[in-house]
Design a protein around this ligand. Sequence first.
Ligand SMILES: [Zn+2]
Length: 237
Amino acid sequence: MIEQLLHLPDGQAIPYQLDLRVRKTIGLKITAQGLVVHAPKRISASQLQQVLLQKSRWIQQKLALREHNHVAPMQWADGEPLMFMGQDIVLTLQHHPTNKAVTLQGGQLLVRSPQVDQPAFVARKVLQWYAQQALPDFKRRVELVAAQMGEKVSAVGLSNARTRWGSCNSRKQIRLNWRLIQAPPHIIQYVVCHEMAHLKEMNHSARFYAVQASLFPHHVQAEKELKALSAILHRIA
Ligand SMILES: [Zn+2]
C-alpha cells in the first residue's frame, strides 16, 4: 500500500491508499481508514488520476457518509458537547424572559432566551456566535502571516463551504471556513498558511509546497489532523 493524495480541481486533497496488483481494472473502496484504490501494476499516474477524478463525486459522497456515521448528530439541547479552538465546551441553555447575548464562561456556552426549547433558534444563535469569534481571530492570523511574507491581502471573509476549509483568489481575497474556529489553534494556523501560500503560487506545485513549508513546517501532520477532525467540525451546520 502506498500513501497518495488525490488533488481535486477545487483545491481539496483526498488521501488514499494505493494498492498495485496484477489486475486489469481499477477498484475503489471506502474502509474505516478511508479510500483504498486497487489498480493494475502498469497503470500510469496520469491514467489513474483521470479515473479518480471521474469518480471524485462518488468518493466524496462515500467519505462524507462514512464520517457522518461516526459522529452523533447535533441535537442543540442543553448539555450538548461542542468544541471551541480545540477545547471541549458544553452548550448550556437557560430560559430567560428576553434574548441575551451568547457568552462563553468557564467552558459553558451559555444561551439565554425565551426560545431555548427551539433547536433551530439555538442553532442559529450558536452559529452566529462561532462566526463572531472566527472573523477577528482569522483576520489577526492573516495580518501576521501577511506581514511575515511582505504580502498584502485585500479582504478576509468567512465561508460556509461544505468541502473546503479556505480559498484564496487572484484579487488577494482570503476566505476561511467559520467551522475552523472549533479546531485547535495550530490547525487554524495551518489553513491560514496554506491559503496565504497561494498568494505566491496559485496552484499546488512543488513551489507552492515550499512556500507553505516556510510558513508552516508541520503541514503534513496538520493536514492529517484536520482530515481526522473534519466530521466533528461539520457536526454543526
Ligand atoms: Zn490550496
